[in-house]
Design a protein around this ligand. Structure first.
Ligand code: PMP
Length: 453
């Protein structure tokens, strides 16, 4: 048996550990338990979960109602395959989700990546049934993240994540990102929107009869950090897709389920994409569950053809995940959590802007509702991200953790950013505490990590 080892940070690594670690590896504490917006490690340290554990635990931790739903379902039946049985839980989930988002059809999966992949496959199937099987070129943004599967990575403008798989990927990520801080170059919102739309039109023209659809995160998440488009952009993009008869696919894995202060972020701009991808907050960390919302037009074409969806994953639509997601939806509705996200989001935003006035390292505050991002720079005037890329993000994430605050590192390969995205259940007092801890983190960052700045 291998011996227990001590890591650089002085932590014991258990003997016999064969687990492949993720991210910042050895420096991570071991998790013990969670209550509400707080998470505790095995040394008894408390952390305010300022990022809902990768923007997923939208209801906080150990929510009694969700745990009850989970237990009740687990005692009845945990797994039945949808090829063998229909399940009342997944029917009820689809109906509720459809009613809360305005979509007639729902396809259930387990992870965001699977759901993105499914949206691509549904679109390909749509074109095949319409007699245009050669339409296979998707367009997505040059700073974006859409998942770890080959389709999702092909869409992703995220050099760091793409690197190893590059040989198998498509270059779908050609569109100029709606990321004014780095791409507007002095243009106002209207001018920048025009530039974005013209560029999108050029890319679609270049794809010609191979163009299949456009994929967009209404507010960017993991890559770049809460990249918020200029008002008018999403409408213009939807208009362009409509003109050309191309499906618009919104990847709302991070932004959906009320996170931005609307059930879907695309609703901020009155846009109804043809397909919407949901994940993370659907199971809210209590079960892996995700979905694709599908419009009439896409389903009608598929129904007129093969009349079945030729894509599936074994655990997709299982009764346990469905019961959990249904309980999550009920909690969102009965507790008014979408409105709370909007309200607490305003408080958080005002607090972050105040922090930006005190800490030079914050180049920009952006986002919607409880999905806020801070762009981190080593020089505010030059907007330089510092070198190497990622080091400021990493330093800020560690500084926050040292203060007992969890934030999400979001670097797109060209910048440094963190996401501040506490659970939708967060209270006004907890936001105040979050801001205090973040303030202390930035103070310690600038003193201890001054070589980075
Ligand atoms: N799309 C977006 C917008 C995401 O933020 C993520 C996850 N960060 C994914 C897709 C992939 O989801 P998952 O990690 O659950 O596969």
């Amino acid at each position: 048996m291998p011996q227990a080892t001590t890591t650089r940070s002085g932590r014991m690594q258990p003997a016999g550990s064969r687990l492949i670690k993720f991210f910042f590896g050895e420096e991570l504490p071991f998790v013990s338990h969670g209550r509400g917006v707080f998470v505790y490690d095995t040394d008894g340290r408390r952390y305010l979960d300022g990022c809902s554990g990768a923007v997923t635990a939208n209801l906080g931790h150990s929510d009694p109602e969700i745990l009850r739903a989970l237990h009740e379902q687990a005692e009845r039946i945990t797994f039945a395959h949808r090829g063998t049985f229909h399940s009342e839980q997944s029917e009820a989930l689809a109906e509720r989700l459809g009613a809360m988002t305005g979509y007639p059809y729902v396809f259930l999966c387990n992870s965001g990546s699977e759901a993105v992949e499914t949206a691509l496959r549904l679109t390909l199937q749509y074109w095949r049934e319409r007699g245009e099987p050669n339409r296979s070129q998707f367009a997505s943004h040059a700073v974006s993240y859409h998942g770890a599967t080959l389709g999702g990575l092909s869409l992703s403008g995220h050099p760091q994540r793409r690197r190893v798989a590059e040989a198998l990927l498509h270059e779908f990520n050609e569109l100029t990102p709606p990321y004014a801080y780095r791409f507007a170059e002095g243009r106002d919102d209207a001018e920048f929107t025009e530039l974005l739309v013209n560029h999108t039109a050029e890319v679609l023209d270049a794809h010609g009869p191979a163009a299949a659809g456009v994929v967009v995160e209404p507010v960017g998440g993991a890559a770049g950090g809460a990249i918020t488009p200029p008002d008018g952009y999403l409408q213009a993009l939807a208009g362009l897709c409509r003109e050309r008869g191309l499906p618009l696919i919104a990847d709302e894995v991070m932004t959906g389920m009320g996170r931005t202060g609307m059930m879907l972020a695309s609703q901020h701009w009155d846009v109804r994409p043809d397909l919407v991808v949901l994940g993370k907050g659907m199971g809210a960390g209590y079960a892996p569950v995700s979905a694709v919302l599908v419009s009439e037009e896409i389903i009608d074409a598929i129904a007129a053809g093969t009349a079945s969806v030729t894509n599936g994953h074994t655990y997709g639509g299982n009764p346990l995940g469905s019961a959990v997601a249904l309980a999550v939806l009920e909690a969102i509705e009965s507790r008014g959590l979408v409105a709370n996200a909007a309200e607490r989001g305003k408080q958080l935003r005002a607090g972050l802007e105040a922090l930006a006035r005190r800490h030079e390292v914050i180049g920009e505050v952006r986002g919607l509702g409880l999905l806020q991002g801070l762009e981190l720079v080593s020089d505010r005037v030059a907007r330089s991200p510092g070198a190497p890329i990622g080091s400021l993000t990493r330093a800020a994430t560690f500084a926050a953790r040292d203060q007992g605050l969890l934030v999400y590192p979001a670097t797109g390969g060209i910048n440094n950013a963190i996401l501040v995205a506490p659970p939708l259940t967060v209270t006004a007092e907890e936001i105040d505490l979050l801001l205090e801890l973040l303030d202390a983190s930035f103070t310690s960052l600038t003193s201890e990590e001054s070589t980075l700045l």
